[in-house]
Design a protein. Sequence first.
Length: 199
Amino acid sequence: MSLARAERKLTSRGHERRQELLRVAIDKFAEQGYHPTSVADIVGEVGVGKGVFYWYFTSKEDLLREILKDALLELRRHQQAAICDEPNPLRRIELGVRATLDWLAEHPEVQRLVDFARTEDTFADELRRGREISTEDAVRHLTEAMGQGLIKQGDARTMAIAIRGITDEISRTATDTDSPPPVEAVIRMTVHGLTGGAS
């Protein structure tokens, strides 16, 4: 998004209009695919002209970047709400994984857009930032767990990447098959795998 657009202060009506464009775009992209969906398709559904679209977004690519950023922010808020009162770092990881799988299961259209964005170099930076934030969150919890002697010392970054990879892949597979993610299996592979627990 251009600096001018990023600095614009939206009124409550402007914020609502922007959110409406984002919601319609998500639905259209999920229904028709990203490339076949035009700006005209999106504004036609909302009932506004293209000028309104370009007030908020510089392009269709900019729009999808904003969808990805907003989704990451919403997901992180959901995770933070799940773990905020938990003192045990391993339990925080478990609650975070559960919150992630729950949120993605409730938003399969976002998961599909993320899967699409992975195939396009245009959106690599947004996805990389999302992965880095997720990894750093997990590294903090894992490092704390090691410091408390809850798990063996090791490479927290590698462990965090493995947890994120398992969670991402399971969520993607569940979305592709329209089935609920096997949350307990993911917890066994990640959290219980860290502790060597059999349960």
